[in-house]
Design a protein around this ligand. Structure first.
Ligand SMILES: Nc1nc2c(ncn2[C@@H]2O[C@H](COP(=O)(O)OP(=O)(O)OP(=O)(O)O)[C@@H](O)[C@H]2O)c(=O)[nH]1
Length: 697
């Protein structure tokens, strides 16, 4: 089957923002104006198409990243609406990994908010080109140029307005497009009657002149050929044409040099069609982004270009249980993925069969015969393929760059109420952890309890709720616990010797390692510097495995050991008695012996907390954060609204229940956000209590 739409006319885009900026409403409007749905869904009425989970509709928040497809101006637009709440950050992470462009939505009153910064960083991590959409222009206090300034200052982006709004707040009724120099005025509530003209309304003429000039300058700066023409124009030469500006703006945006800024009010149906135009005009097609990188079987780096004729390569970025069956969402990077075919999972070295392929259009699932390079869709029938796995052509194998999966910071114990619940629980946990790689399940070796870990209280609350509703598991849930970690502060040389040689076949494994503190965030790192075969090649991997396993529980209070580097420098073996198992045990012993001597310390997750309160409350809030062992890092006041904001680093251990506390301390007027920042050493006095608790005292 040939392509129905050429790849140049495909846009894979995401919509990302701080919670409540209006991502879901914007997506709904996009579906409405592009003709996918004929009635507008509303978040606050619980009828939004992309918020499909019961919990999403009830709470009016987006939890999972939904992928849907629509078309605009002869282009296919695949959209992923992502959640704003940091607890579901993996959903943003996985979307950014497979997208070619992002619409960053900002609230015209709230401006750059904490999660706007987080999603911006995530987009930078994968170098995804962006358009900034300043939404909610109808709200009291809306200020397009203030938010534009914040995007420049706080996000350090080369933001460039390509529109100027017409009318303020409730009178916001149109915009001027600075590229085409056209005015769009909305004349009905549904946003379908639009007056387009070349006349610029008098009240915005100065602003239009000022920002048109800024736009031309910014575009010329990123394009040498255009710069010459621009300078000539200033000297009275020929003017830049609309096409030239559009072309250079597109190139600048795709290269990440410019972020075009536009405005609108999704809820009041203003500006959404122009947003779609901007997606087509300025965000890249799959053929315009750099080829995806990966690792070839020989360990060398390889690339795959977006080309139907190239060997198949695709990345699974999401697994979701659905009434339709188990859906594995994939982005095809090269080649063609066919229904009914066998694919090779290069990450797991396994072959699997794809029974069916679908694309999502609104809440409909449409079966397709194939997915081609650049397409997003879902496969049915895959059992072993999980998030982050590469599927490809076995003869042309490659493992594509995977995605960054943050470590969970909070856990709770789950105890099924009856024996039947016990059985259902393990099924539920398996299914939920397959869907969500930031959700981990383990068994506490001392209490034998099942422990689930995740990114925050809300994250675990939703998971427990899903266990109950979707899997009908009745369980008692323990109090939330902090996911502590352990590390070392000193470098030492140590060894592990596992020797049993009394009668029969013996055991012999012996390794010498240098153990040192690793980079923050590096986890466990292993290097082998064995020369001359003191440890035979086939025993190096098992030794590493043993070390890794030993890191799963540290020596202080049994928490996982992180940020350590082990270098294998020496060892010995026995012709007959050595085995993989003996070296694995020796590796594990080396770590256990070494850690105790390497000044082990206990680490705790530190959260970046931002609190916004009416000015009068700020003293109380700061005092309270200090009493929670918080370090205040910044404070500012927005005089125009008498709102004060404070930024602090606070240990997660002291933040449980903060949502309720802040409400009662500020008469319900304080809002806060919190996300994981880094691990930090626990002060001695606090550590003693944690250690005593872990030992059951
Ligand atoms: N006044 C006004 N309200 C809006 C606008 N867009 C969205 N809203 C409202 O803002 C609230 C949040 O909108 P959503 O679309 O759910 O925001 P979201 O960013 O998807 O939220 P999460 O998915 O929970 O992160 C809803 O009550 C919307 O009706 C707008 O343009 N103007």
């Amino acid at each position: 089957m040939a392509r129905t739409i050429p790849l140049e006319r495909v846009r894979n885009i995401g919509i990302a923002a701080h919670i409540d900026a209006g991502k879901t409403t914007t997506t709904e409007r996009i579906l409405f104006y592009s003709g996918v749905v004929h009635k507008m869904g509303e978040v606050h009425e619980g009828t939004a198409v992309t918020d499909w989970m019961a919990q999403e509709r009830e709470r009016g928040i987006t939890i999972t990243a939904a992928a849907i497809s629509t078309s605009w101006l002869d282009h296919r637009i695949n959209i992923i609406d992502t959640p704003g709440h940091v607890d579901f950050t993996i959903e943003v992470e996985r979307s950014m990994r497979v997208l070619d462009g992002v619409i960053a939505v900002f609230c015209s009153v709230g401006g750059v908010q904490p999660q706007s910064e987080t999603v911006w960083r995530q987009a930078e991590r994968y170098q995804v080109p962006r358009i900034a959409f300043i939404n909610k222009m109808d709200r009291t206090g809306a200020d397009f140029f203030k938010v534009y300034g914040q995007i420049r200052d706080r996000l350090r982006a080369n933001a460039v307005p390509i529109q100027v709004p017409v009318g303020r707040e409730s009178d916001f009724h149109g915009l001027v497009d600075l590229v085409a120099m056209k005015t769009y005025l909305y004349t009905n509530d549904l946003g379908t009657d639009i007056q387009v003209s070349d006349e610029i309304p008098e009240e915005v003429q100065d602003l239009v002149a000022e920002y048109r000039e800024k736009l031309l300058e910014a575009v010329a700066e990123t394009d040498e050929a255009l710069m010459e023409k621009y300078l000539e124009q200033l000297e009275g030469g020929e003017a830049l044409t609309e096409e030239e500006i559009r072309h250079s703006l597109r190139q600048g945006t795709i290269k990440g040099l410019i972020v075009p800024v536009i405005c609108g009010s999704s809820f009041k149906n203003r500006g959404v069609q122009r947003l779609l135009d901007a997606v087509v005009d300025y965000l890249p097609a799959p053929t315009e982004v750099p080829p995806i990188k990966g690792v070839l079987p020989d360990g060398e780096e390889g690339v795959r270009y977006a080309d139907d004729d190239a060997p198949l390569s695709a990345l699974a970025f999401k697994v979701m249980a659905d009434p339709y069956g188990r859906l594995t969402f994939v982005r095809v990077y090269s080649g063609v993925l066919q229904k009914g075919s066998y694919i090779y999972n290069a990450t797991k070295n396994k072959k699997e069969r794809i029974s069916r392929l679908i694309v999502l259009k609104s809440d409909e699932r449409i079966e397709v015969e194939e997915l081609r390079a650049g397409d997003l869709g879902a496969a049915l029938g895959l059992k072993d393929t999980l998030t982050g796995d590469t599927i490809c052509d076995e003869a042309n194998s490659i493992i594509l760059e995977s995605l960054y999966i943050p470590e969970p910071v909070i856990s709770v114990a789950v105890e099924p109420k009856t024996k039947q619940d016990m059985e259902k629980l393990s099924k539920a946990l398996q299914s939920l952890s397959e869907e969500d790689p930031t959700f981990r399940v383990s068994i506490d070796s001392e209490t034998n309890q099942t422990v689930i870990a995740g990114m925050g209280e809300l994250h675990l609350e939703i998971l427990v709720d899903r266990m109950l509703r979707e899997f009908k598991v009745e369980a008692n849930i323990g109090a939330p616990q902090v996911a502590y970690r352990e590390t070392i502060r000193k470098s030492i040389r140590t060894e592990g010797k596992f020797i049993r040689q009394s009668g029969g076949k013996g055991q012999y494994g012996h390794v010498v390692i240098e153990l040192e503190p690793g980079e923050p965030g590096s986890g466990f790192e292993f290097v082998s510097k064995i020369v001359g075969g003191s440890v035979p090649k086939e025993y190096i991997n098992p030794a590493e495995q043993g070390m890794k396993e030993a890191c799963e529980s540290g020596v202080i209070a049994g928490y996982p050991l992180i940020d350590v580097k082990a270098t294998l420098v020496d060892g010995s073996y026995h012709e007959v008695d050595s085995s993989e198992m003996a070296f694995k045990i020796a590796g594990s012993m080396a770590i256990k012996n070494g850690v105790t001597k390497a000044s082990p310390v206990l680490l705790e997750p530190m959260m970046k907390v931002e609190v916004e309160v009416p000015e009068d409350f700020i003293g109380n809030v700061i005092g309270d954060l200090n009493s929670r062992r918080g370090q205040i890092e910044g404070q500012e006041t927005d005089q125009s609204q008498s709102i004060a904001k404070v930024v602090a680093k606070v240990p997660l251990a002291t933040m449980f229940g903060y949502a309720t506390d802040i409400r009662s301390k500020t008469q319900g007027r304080g809002v806060f956000s919190m996300e994981f920042s880094h691990y930090e050493e626990v002060p001695r006095s606090v550590a003693e209590t944690i250690i005593a608790k872990s030992k059951g005292n």
